[in-house]
Design a protein around this ligand. Structure first.
Ligand SMILES: C[S@@+](CC[C@H](N)C(=O)[O-])C[C@H]1O[C@@H](n2cnc3c(N)ncnc32)[C@H](O)[C@@H]1O
Length: 289
């Protein structure tokens, strides 16, 4: 799953001040939800596999999560150090083959139940680029990625647990359209939207994984945003005018009614943010930054 982590320092200052309820309607990794200051935050994500992962942070303490992850690492003998081939280690190839085999065994065990989200969470520390992807039978199918669970991850778990418990973050698993159509937004609320990009091939946009995101979805979303604008509700939308040479004409035309900020796109996550892309933030309010 690609995320907005590297863009946060540019993005968050563009959000309105004094937000009552912050709606992160395409929540993904949750990095935006956990970093925004608001009285209340609704983290929403349609993909139940992701949402159920985050529900773990409400259910367990960081210590319990860390302990369970370490139990899995021990039980399946997953690597405690990265097995990147570029390492200066003569045995790295053998090690990689060994840990790859153990990873596949662990992945199979998860897929047999498809219910133990702490197992799925552990898998993401070992999967290729830490990505989450499922096949049509909802089986996790990312290959082994040579990294491993480490202290940095434990810190992230602590941050998430703390944010969910102390920052008044509510986890929701609705369709973004459902929220935009039916929620009773108030003037101090703010809606942030980071939908899948209709012209990218990022993994979270694959049909088999998340139902896909098409230009028709964009058009429907834009119409709902127009309606919210008429009602005086503030929103901000992340998207791309151009990505890998493909120009998003329907977005460019629609955005002319609003404020467009071109972000520094010099960051890379899977399928987005490259020298060929023009990452934008479109909003229906003005703010001096
Ligand atoms: C571009 S990603 C969001 C990334 C997020 N801002 C972050 O920093 O991690 C888009 C997310 O929208 C989710 N999504 C796709 N269709 C959706 C829908 N109809 N309603 C809600 N979420 C949806 C995808 O599963 C994906 O996680």
């Amino acid at each position: 799953m690609g995320n907005k982590f590297k863009l946060l320092p540019q993005l968050i200052p563009l959000f309105p001040e004094n937000i009552n309820t912050f709606y992160d309607v395409f929540g993904g990794s949750g990095v935006v939800s956990t970093n925004v200051v608001a009285n209340k935050t609704i983290y929403n994500e349609i993909n139940l596999n992701i949402v159920n992962l985050y529900r773990l942070f409400l259910k367990y303490t960081p210590e319990e999560i860390n302990e369970r992850i370490n139990q899995y690492i021990e039980e399946y003998d997953l690597n405690r150090q990265g097995t990147d081939i570029r390492q200066n280690n003569p045995n790295v190839k053998e090690q990689r083959a060994y840990y790859n085999k153990n990873y596949i065994k662990f992945r199979k065990a998860y897929n047999e139940s498809q219910q133990d989200y702490l197992m799925l969470y552990t898998l993401t520390f070992y999967s290729f680029s830490n990505l989450i992807r499922f096949n049509q039978k909802s089986q996790f199918n990312m290959p082994y990625g040579n990294q491993c669970y480490c202290d940095k991850h434990y810190e992230i778990i602590k941050e998430w647990c703390e944010a969910l418990k102390n920052k008044n973050i509510i986890i929701s698993d609705k369709s973004a359209f459902d929220i935009l159509e039916n929620e009773n937004f108030e003037s101090e609320d703010f809606i942030y939207l980071d939908p899948p990009y209709s012209n990218t091939t990022a993994i979270y946009n694959e049909k088999r994984a998340f139902g896909g995101w098409t230009i028709d979805d964009d058009i429907k979303l834009f119409a709902l945003l127009d309606r919210l604008n008429e009602k005086g509700i503030k929103w901000g939308l992340s998207n791309v005018f151009r990505n890998k040479g493909i120009i998003n004409h329907h977005l460019i035309d629609w955005s002319k009614k609003y404020n467009v900020i071109h972000l520094n796109y010099n960051y890379a996550s899977l399928g987005r943010g490259n020298a060929n892309s023009d990452e934008v933030y479109i909003c229906n309010y003005t703010k001096e930054v």
